[in-house]
Design a binder for this molecule. Structure first.
Ligand code: ADP
Length: 475
């Protein structure tokens, strides 16, 4: 089946979070299953630099009066996966991130930048013959591609089905109503039965309303978003659409995330040959200037620093961590407020290391070198880092929500335990989970069992890709 997978970030070209990982790994897994998938994303400078065999294949005119829009066909840097880069120098060729300027503010023309991405995708239904490839199914992801099913309906008469995946419902792509003519959509769409959301246009709402089917990235999150707890105002619509809503857990690219052959870490290891893990811990303590103490339980976190990720809970439980003789390393970037609070705490504690940066390589060394991994997210659609931590023998400490609830087994699992799970996002319960984790850490046999269980859990993409394949075919 010819499937166009459309996303605003794709690892290893451009990545800010889990969406990039998924967009880099799911399409190749579908290709392994025999599907004919192409990945479409904006031609950001990093993508143009890294992609191979680039060739402009389709001129799409100037639909937004922002200059020419065209399609470049290319290959991924280190695989045969086919890419379609949406090129518009005025929209995408800039320094800064995919969504934000260098100072952290959103790009002011994001409504046009991502309308152009959806427009180009939908246009392939009409002009695919020019490049000899017309999609039979569109797979859109998150608000940046939320207009795609609206364009398919209003401009092309629903030529093919569109699946829309929610990676995080809290980014709603909300813009004032006046932008509607600028993005070439009719006022008819501006309705509660359409893309209107609280007196504004929401690209997320457009995806949720117009797509033929919706998926999200874990079963528990699929349930939670039909309630006020995680629905973010969309719960009514999602409840109405529950027969067209499926939770499919994300997988892990074990080519990239495997301690047996990870080039970023100090020493390799695997179940039954765990000596390297201790070497990774010592190397990490050295690298970050923490006391080199093999017995101190070392907790890690790699995350966007936002309210969602429960940074406040971590700050509130630092006294418990200190009492337990623990060490903590946090790698992240995000809101200034959290960055500063964390840096302040690190400045006064020799057992806390905070690195405000986005560093792929260091993220591997943290996940390998720590003893436990912290993920006290208030809500978590799927979460990938806890899956990486399981594979690296670094049992996660998680809040029982979304994908965390579906992938980490707490003490209730008895001999099958893989981590530590607490029920409510409050500091007291996180503190209790930290105590439980340190207690287990100090009982070697129990600890080894928890570590080995997690390393043996299999979250490779194959199973989830098969579920997507079945869903595509049912559509
Ligand atoms: P989310 O998509 O909500 O940010 P996920 O756990 O699904 O959370 O995915 C986050 C991805 O981004 C992981 O691959 C994680 O390792 C990576 N990541 C987040 N922050 C950083 C950082 N500061 N440096 C390196 N990688 C990071």
């Amino acid at each position: 089946m010819k499937i166009l997978f459309v996303a605003s970030e794709v690892y290893p070209l451009v990545k800010t979070g889990g969406l990039g990982d998924v967009a880099g790994a799911l399409p190749p897994a579908l290709m392994e299953l025999g599907e004919d998938v192409r990945i479409m994303m904006p031609a950001y400078p990093q993508a143009l630099d890294a992609a191979r065999n680039k060739k402009t294949v389709l001129d799409l005119g100037d639909p937004f009066s922002t200059g020419p829009l065209s399609l470049i066909s290319a290959r991924m840097p280190s695989s045969e996966a086919e890419l379609l880069l949406v090129d518009s120098p005025s929209l995408y060729r800039r320094d800064g991130g995919p969504y934000q300027q260098e100072n952290g503010d959103e790009w002011l023309d994001n409504h046009i930048r991502f309308a152009a991405l959806s427009h180009a995708a939908a246009a392939l239904s009409a002009y695919g013959s020019v490049i000899g490839w017309t999609p039979e199914l569109f797979h859109a992801n998150d608000w940046q591609t939320g207009l795609l099913p609206a364009y398919l309906r209003f401009h092309h008469g629903n030529p093919a089905k569109c699946l829309y995946t929610i990676h995080n419902l809290n980014y709603t792509g909300r813009f004032p109503a006046e932008i509607l003519p600028q993005v070439n959509l009719p006022w008819e769409a501006y309705s509660p039965d359409g893309l209107e959301f609280h007196d504004a246009v929401s690209y997320m709402k457009s995806g949720l309303y117009y797509a033929d089917h919706i998926t999200t990235v874990s079963r528990t999150y699929a349930q939670e978003i039909q309630t006020p707890f995680a629905g973010n105002g969309f719960e009514g619509l999602l409840l109405d659409r529950s027969s067209s809503l499926t939770g499919i857990v994300n997988g892990v690219d074990y080519q990239v995330w495997n301690p047996a052959h990870d080039p970023h870490i100090a020493a390799k290891y695997q179940p039954g040959r765990m000596g390297g893990k201790q070497a990774c811990k010592t190397a990490l303590q050295q690298e970050l200037g923490l006391p080199e103490d093999p017995k101190a339980p070392l907790f890690g976190m790699v995350s966007r620093l936002t309210e969602q990720k429960g940074i406040d809970l971590i700050l509130d439980t630092l006294p418990t961590l200190e009492r337990l003789g623990g060490q903590l390393v946090i790698l992240g970037t995000g809101e200034d407020y959290w960055e500063q609070l964390l840096l302040d705490r690190a400045a006064v504690s020799p057992n806390i290391a905070v690195k405000i940066a986005y560093q792929e390589s260091l993220s591997h060394r943290i996940i390998a070198g720590c003893d436990m991994f912290m993920m006290p997210s208030r809500f978590e659609p799927c979460g990938l880092t806890q899956l990486y931590a399981l594979k690296y023998g670094t049992p996660p400490v998680v809040h029982r929500t979304g994908g965390l609830a579906d992938t980490v087994r707490g003490a209730g699992a008895g001999p099958d335990q893989t981590g530590f799970v607490f029920d409510d996002a409050v500091p007291e319960l996180l503190a209790a989970a930290l105590e439980e984790a340190v207690d287990a850490f100090n009982h070697r046999n129990k600890w080894d069992n928890i570590v080995t269980n997690g390393m043996q859990d299999d979250y490779s993409w194959e199973n989830s890709a098969k579920t997507y394949q079945t869903l595509y075919r049912s559509l």
